[in-house]
Design a protein around this ligand. Structure first.
Ligand code: C2E
Ligand code: MG
Ligand code: MG
Ligand code: MG
Length: 293
């Protein structure tokens, strides 16, 4: 029951079941993770989000990794679900928020206004102090609120819609941008989607990755783009792994793409180099890209 809210998230189910309840391995992992937070072993990688038509970088998604002293770089799927099942997700989230905001400010000071997106777990959205903590964080770092984006899944919102709505209104009023993440994997009702103060919808990578091979996924991608646009939202496709998918998404009117075909998540310094040196994505017609020859 502890992990019910994430029953729609593929890939992590097997792992979660094996670490369910109070198994010794789960408790050991939690202890190690608590220590990792204190020892600064968590690092953020950044993956660019790119404008489909202009090729401009519209932002960077911050994705946490655990630089483990023995096990190397541990992916978030191996520890976020466990943290989410305990109170540890709150300090962990504050840690990632702080690091992402500090990075966005460093980029801004270096002349690049790059919006950073941070993933917010269900527990965090219903935590009453979160909006105020975000406000203080932005103030402390001197980062304009519009350079921070929060990504929430449908299930995060639908777990407690009224409370989520209240928290999102507060965050939105600060000027923070908000996305619905992994769209298509949950079950949000249309009426809530319409009421949510979000400005971006991210189509889950599972649909995007299979859209050229699977008719059903192509239909889902197409209708998500239309739905998003009808609600006045920008639509992002995540998991773009090849040029053909990028071309198809452009034809469907998708606004922003994210995926290995553009770039893998990378450390902040590599991200900076990538932004400066990259060649623009192939664009139909003659479009000039900022900073490109
Ligand atoms: P997400 O928010 O949907 O993030 C996108 C995931 O897709 C990332 O996995 C990214 O590396 C991966 N990805 C990007 N492009 C491609 C592609 O072209 N192909 C494929 N196959 N994958 C692609 P990652 O970094 O392993 O993160 C997994 C999930 O962990 C994230 O899904 C997010 O739900 C969660 N997560 C990551 N960082 C944080 C965090 O700081 N806090 C919280 N609460 N959750 C986080
Ligand atoms: Mg995300
Ligand atoms: Mg996603
Ligand atoms: Mg996800």
């Amino acid at each position: 029951a502890m992990y019910e809210a994430k029953a729609d998230r593929r890939g992590v189910l097997v792992y979660e079941r094996s670490l369910d309840g109070h198994s010794p391995s789960r408790l050991a992992l939690l202890g190690e993770l608590r220590q990792a937070l204190q020892d600064d072993q968590l690092v953020l990688y950044y993956q660019p989000k790119v404008d489909v038509t202009l090729g401009r970088v519209t932002g960077a998604e911050a994705l946490v990794r655990w630089q483990h002293p023995e096990r190397g770089l541990v992916p978030p799927g191996d520890f976020i679900p466990v943290a989410e099942g305990s109170g540890l997700i709150l300090p962990l989230t504050m840690y990632t928020l702080e690091a992402a905001v500090a990075q966005a400010k460093a980029w801004l000071d270096a002349g690049q206004a790059i919006q950073v997106a941070v993933n917010l777990s269900p527990r965090c959205l219903v935590e009453p102090t979160i909006p105020d903590q975000v406000r203080q964080l932005l103030h402390r770092h001197g980062l304009p609120a519009r350079l921070l984006r929060l990504e929430l899944t449908e299930s995060t919102v639908m777990a407690d819609p009224e409370r989520a709505l209240g928290a999102l209104m507060e965050l939105r009023n600060l000027g923070v941008a908000i996305s619905i993440d992994d769209f298509g994997t949950g079950y949000s009702s249309m009426s809530y989607l319409k009421r949510l103060p979000v400005d971006e919808l991210k189509i889950d990578r599972s649909f995007v990755m299979d859209m050229l091979a699977e008719g059903h996924d192509a239909v889902l991608v197409r209708s998500s783009i239309d739905l998003g646009h009808n609600l006045g939202l920008a639509v992002v496709a995540e998991g773009v792994e090849d040029e053909e998918t990028l071309t198809a998404l452009r034809a469907l009117g998708c606004d922003v793409v994210q995926g290995y075909h553009l770039a893998r998540p990378m450390p902040a310094s590599a991200f900076t180099d990538w932004v400066v040196s990259r060649v623009p994505i192939a664009v139909a017609g003659s479009v000039t890209v900022e900073g490109a020859p």
